[in-house]
Design a protein around this ligand. Structure first.
Ligand SMILES: Nc1ncnc2c1ncn2[C@@H]1O[C@H](COP(=O)(O)OP(=O)(O)OP(=O)(O)O)[C@@H](O)[C@H]1O
Length: 609
């Protein structure tokens, strides 16, 4: 272990044991011996420290050792490989500092049975890898303001027997395995726990209400007694709102009149131009928005087309799409994000809160009716980890697809970009692999009969949503027709034996290949050059020699990720990229294999401290 980390850990122990240096000596926590090479030095290993075969501290388990000091998060979190911290059954007092948010890799945090006081710091929500947290049997107080919905992989939350108050925060109960907040001062309605937890998890909170506790919640306080000052404020608020609305309406009328004049002018200019020239392709480019008048002239041709066909923008039901018009898309400032093989992608800022991306697809010889049917079908099949289209548009010249902009970028960026020092460790990579396989499996199953596969699965099409959860985007955007050999030869990623031995063609099997390449990217941390080939054949050539750690990302090796489980995942990836599509496993089988690896990983870490 690094000497600075060792010094920090010694300091952590000094505070934790309240300066009882005798303990320190006895327990071997001092810089003269490396906690990860315990036998080398005379003092032996550090008590409760486990490096799990790596060079860095992974687990610290100091249960029932009569520790009476305080918790120094700043020192502890210098050990940035730490996965498990367990301090159960001591007498540690004081509060948990905000700095705990720097223990980025923590997956298991056990504080049960101490004398901790104060708030639970919000920074806990920065611990994205957290799986199990137990803060029960302490004296924690205040409102629980941690945004639990940001910790997507959380399985256990125990906080019973404290003095926490306020509302129970928003958990994703569908994934939680264990939950208990009994004997606190929580108030208000019990959230929807999806039938997973019973009254025991909530009892002993006199102000909680809901069916689960057979205690009806009071009706919301409409029409309740307001003081006259309150009433004055409310009424004056209404009056101001009415005035603003009136003003907006007048402005709208004014603008509408003005716009009519402009449109007439544009159409006229268009006609004049057409007399002297052949008509153009009839479509304008989206461009970075300049000033308003510049924008208008850029979009003028499409605006005329839009005037005739704006009704063909199909807006699918969603909060962002609500009230969206084709004209809004055209008028908003746009920025080119990329020109992919299948079209260009633009970021369109409707307003500060609504940012969309618009994909213009080139050369897709699909009929408008087929396109519509396809998009609507995809929208019907909803999975929380598959980005649904917000709207789509189809005219002779254009096919547009609108999605919500995802500000946290793609999996490719996470693997290769400098994401302000964010760690993308083995556990998170396994999680990404499992999530993608699971959500792709769901889509495949639902859309099997319609024959709609993803068609272009790769790490730029896996986006991280605002909770940093991986989501598949652009599902079903590309249609590959069985006979369309020319399309096949253009599209490198499909050369990979998309045609089966019997000539049968399956885009579903192409997705499996794509998934295999994504798994290889997660394992190797290497860039796929334009298509899956280089990486796949490189991995093959290394593996042919012998099973070797050469293929794996150095970051994973130095993190001490289990080689056995990495090799297991590599085997899954190699099955996916089998040149013969029929030999590739189904996505359901892949899902099961990845989950088994994940469970192994989980078991090795937990082995209940
Ligand atoms: N909804 C979105 N929000 C944020 N970024 C996005 C969104 N959709 C795509 N991107 C990113 O924009 C960039 C350009 O996307 P684009 O789809 O044009 O590229 P591509 O996936 O490499 O190409 P293609 O899909 O045509 O093969 C990619 O880095 C992609 O990750």
């Amino acid at each position: 272990e690094d000497i600075n980390v060792m010094q920090a850990l010694v300091q952590f122990m000094e505070k934790l044991s309240a300066g009882n240096s005798q303990n320190d000596q006895n327990w071997g926590w001092n810089v003269s011996s490396d906690p990860c090479n315990g036998n080398v030095n005379f003092n032996g290993t550090w008590k409760g420290v486990d490096c799990m075969g790596s060079q860095n501290v992974k687990k610290i388990v100091l249960n029932k050792l009569k520790l009476t000091g305080t918790f120094d998060a700043a020192s502890l979190c210098k050990a940035n490989s730490l996965l498990v911290l367990s301090l159960k059954g001591n007498n540690i007092s004081g509060f948990i500092p905000e700095g705990i948010g720097n223990c980025k890799r923590l997956s298991h945090l056990y504080f049960r049975g101490n004398r901790f006081t104060g708030d639970i710091p919000d920074t806990i929500s920065q611990l994205r890898n957290l799986k199990r947290i137990d803060i029960s049997n302490n004296n924690f107080s205040g409102e629980l303001t941690v945004d639990m919905s940001r910790i997507s992989g959380l399985l256990t939350f125990f906080a019973e027997n404290n003095r926490l108050n306020g509302a129970i925060p928003d958990f994703d109960f569908s994934y939680l395995e264990e939950f208990n907040v009994a004997n606190n001062n929580f108030s208000g309605p019990i959230p929807d726990v999806k039938g997973k937890f019973g009254a025991n998890s909530f009892s002993g909170n006199p102000e909680l209400c809901g069916k689960l506790l057979s205690k009806a919640c009071p009706p919301s306080k409409k029409g309740s007694k307001h003081s006259s000052a309150d009433r004055f404020l409310i009424y004056s608020g209404y009056i101001i709102l009415a005035m603003v609305l009136l003003l907006l309406f007048v402005l709208y009328l004014f603008k509408k009149n003005k716009r009519k004049e402009d449109t007439v002018k544009v159409v006229k200019e268009e006609k004049v131009a057409n007399v002297s020239k052949e008509p153009t392709s009839g479509s304008s480019e989206f461009k970075t928005g300049g000033n308003r008048s510049e924008n208008r002239s850029e979009y003028s041709i499409t605006s005329v087309e839009a005037g005739m066909t704006s009704s063909s923008l199909v807006v699918l039901p969603s909060p962002v799409g609500n009230g969206l018009k084709f004209e809004d898309l055209l008028r908003a400032p746009a920025e080119l994000l990329g020109r992919g093989k299948h079209g260009s992608l633009y970021k369109v800022m409707l307003d500060t809160a609504t940012i969309l991306v618009v994909k213009r697809i080139r050369d897709w010889g699909i009929s408008a009716a087929d396109f519509k049917r396809r998009m609507q079908r995809i929208d019907q099949v909803k999975h929380p980890r598959v980005l649904p289209p917000v709207a789509f548009y189809c005219s002779k010249q254009e096919k547009l697809l609108v999605y919500e902009y995802q500000q946290n970028g793609s999996l490719l960026k996470l693997l290769h970009g400098s994401q302000n020092g964010q760690v993308f460790d083995w556990a998170s990579r396994l999680n990404v692999a499992a999530t993608i396989a699971e959500s792709l499996g769901f889509m495949h199953e639902q859309l099997q009969e319609d024959g709609i596969a993803h068609g272009n699965l790769k790490s730029t099409n896996i986006l991280l949503n605002k909770n940093m959860e991986p989501c598949i985007s652009e599902y079903g955007l590309i249609v590959i027709q069985g006979q369309d050999q020319s399309f096949l030869s253009q599209s490198d990623s499909f050369k990979s034996g998309a045609l089966g031995r019997d000539g049968a063609y399956s885009t579903f099997k192409v997705d499996i290949y794509g998934l295999g390449v994504v798994l290889l990217e997660l394992l190797t941390g290497k860039l796929v050059q334009d298509n899956g080939f280089d990486l796949a054949s490189w991995v093959h050539s290394v593996v042919r020699e012998e099973w070797t750690a050469e293929v794996f990302d150095r970051a994973l090796i130095s993190e001490g990720a289990s080689e056995e489980r990495m090799v297991n995942l590599l085997q899954v990836a190699l099955k996916c990229i089998n040149p013969s599509p029929n030999e590739r496993p189904s996505v359901k089988q892949i899902s099961v294999m990845i989950n088994t690896i994940k469970e192994d990983e989980e078991r090795s870490i937990t082995s209940e401290p």
